[in-house]
Design a protein around this ligand. Structure first.
Ligand code: FRU
Length: 506
């Protein structure tokens, strides 16, 4: 990164040029994490979408490998989102340990979306589309984002795929929702069931959510991801169906049961309280049995308007997803994948047991500043009404994180986070541009924050990842400052460390 490409992330994935959206084909195989992605390598906007490819050994340093599933110019077919898996038993006959990618063929002329597969027998170097595609086709226009995993109990592949609008499969009504298909060979698929948006709304009406209030409107679902997780501290497991909600775009985790045929929902949680987290998907075949998701750190409504230097779109930091709690109250926790700690360079500040007031900032005597940072802090709001942290602070811009003691709420304010002149619908001067998340004081009266600051994003993990908030920012290159503040009283920094994070080699 440099002053001329000032928003290129230090430790998040971004394309060399052009546009990216959803992560795709996430699978681990033989030492390599694969990250395919929705890609237009030519221009920084969504058009003629194809699959790009990158790989990493640690989920942080990515090597870019170009386009692997190209746009079909001749037939005008885009390659929409989908997942990846490893066929260890060679059920499909493509070869032992073949990678199989699932994707949507988006026929732009006929307005039809069908489900396709492609495979690789050299761990992703070359990808070949299956000759008899599509493998699932209901002749409908809004049917996409197939994601496949191996369901051990009955030794079948399961495909989750979004029926993004009511469909009409040759006269058979298909209600909008997430559809489940099963297969023995990853090629011939049998329809099993649909978890409908109607069912979801019925469950939501019944359950009491402890998750704060959030906008509930579901226009349609995209990018389903289904997996089983142990509930920490119990001998139980639950299934999580992650969906990306259109309308007011956000990601929901639906918690429930899956029996190989049907999903039943019991609860839900919002994955991220910021503007910029979408199309989250997890790595299949993860070697440590972790469930690690990554999302597109972006927001559809304004992505055509954000400032750019030849490219648009970054991925979030990869996040471990875990469940904890008891039967009646199972909660999610999301926290950065483990290897983030290997990016740590200098410790820029190490503060403990210091008061913060409107005239006393313990960061003043430290080197806490920079463009790519990890901040870990435990704060006791004590007598202060508000306590907070400014990052990427400069002469003309700043991003402000504020905790409101009376509301138990954390706010991220990016009204002044952009230098490049607010673009339409984004950083509109005088308009509110904040996101908030509930954050309870812990038993000892403190809150804990892990904040990842980068060239064009801020991710906040609150109380060990029990709440998460991701937002894009577009600060000045010179805005590298950081400061603590408190208002109407004194707060106490129990401890705080700030690390410089290594930059992505380019
Ligand atoms: C989600 C999405 C998917 C689709 C892809 C197209 O962001 O709309 O449903 O497959 O983007 O790029």
């Amino acid at each position: 990164a440099s002053e001329s490409d000032l928003w290129r992330p230090g430790f998040h994935f971004a394309p060399p040029q052009g546009w990216i959206n959803d992560p795709n084909g996430l699978v681990y195989h033989e030492g390599v994490y694969h990250l395919f992605f929705q890609y237009n390598p030519y221009n920084p906007f969504w058009e003629d979408i194809e699959w790009g490819h990158a790989t990493s050994e640690d989920l942080f340093e990515w090597t870019y490998h170009g386009v692997k599933l190209p746009f079909d110019e001749e037939n005008n077919i885009g390659k929409f989102s989908g997942g990846g898996t490893v066929d260890t038993q060679n059920t499909a006959g493509f070869g032992e340990d073949a990678l199989i990618l699932s994707y949507t063929g988006a026929h732009l002329n006929e307005s039809i979306q069908d489900q396709r597969i492609a495979y690789s027998t050299d761990n992703g170097k070359t990808v070949t589309a299956y000759a008899d595609n599509p493998v699932v086709d209901t002749n409908d226009p809004e049917f996409r984002d197939p994601n496949v995993f191996w369901y051990e109990p009955n030794e079948h592949w399961i495909m989750v795929v979004s029926r993004a609008a009511d469909g009409d499969d040759n006269g058979d009504e298909r209600p909008a929702g997430i559809e489940f298909y099963s297969s023995e060979d990853h090629i011939d698929w049998t329809y099993e069931s649909t978890f409908t948006i109607d069912e979801y709304e019925d469950v939501v009406a019944e359950i009491e959510t402890n998750n704060g209030v959030y906008n509930d409107t579901v226009d349609l679902w995209e990018c389903p991801d289904l997996f089983e997780l142990p509930v920490e501290g119990t001998d139980e497991t639950k299934w999580v169906l992650t969906v990306s909600v259109q309308g007011d775009p956000h990601v929901d985790h639906l918690i429930g049961e899956f029996d190989g045929h049907e999903f039943t929902m019991e609860d839900r949680e919002l994955a991220d309280y910021g503007y910029d987290y979408f199309a989250a998907m997890s790595w299949d075949n993860e070697p440590n049995d972790c469930r690690i998701q990554i999302g597109w750190a972006a927001h559809w409504p304004y992505m055509d308007f954000i400032p750019e230097t030849g490219w648009r779109g970054i991925m979030s930091v990869p996040r471990n997803v875990a469940l904890e709690g008891e039967e009646s109250d199972i909660r999610l926790r999301e926290y950065p994948a483990e290897k983030l700690v290997d990016l740590r360079q200098d410790k820029l500040a190490d503060v403990s047991k210091e008061m913060v007031t409107s005239c006393r900032d313990p960061l003043e005597d430290t080197n806490a500043n920079g463009r790519s940072l990890e901040i870990i802090m435990t704060i006791d709001p004590h007598s202060a009404d508000t306590v907070g942290l400014r990052v990427r602070e400069g002469e003309n811009d700043q991003s402000v994180i504020t905790y409101y003691t009376d509301k138990n709420q954390l706010e991220f304010d990016r009204l002044e986070s952009s230098v490049d002149g607010p673009a339409d619908g984004f950083y509109d001067p005088g308009q509110e541009d904040t996101t908030t998340m509930p954050l309870e004081l812990r038993e000892d009266g403190t809150i804990q924050l892990r904040v990842l600051v980068d060239r064009s994003s801020v991710e906040i993990f609150g109380n060990g990842g029990r709440r998460v908030m991701t937002n894009q920012i577009f600060p000045d290159w010179d805005s590298t400052g950081m400061s603590l503040f408190a208002d109407k009283g004194a707060a106490r920094v129990e401890d705080m460390v700030v690390y410089d994070l290594a930059s992505q080699p380019l």
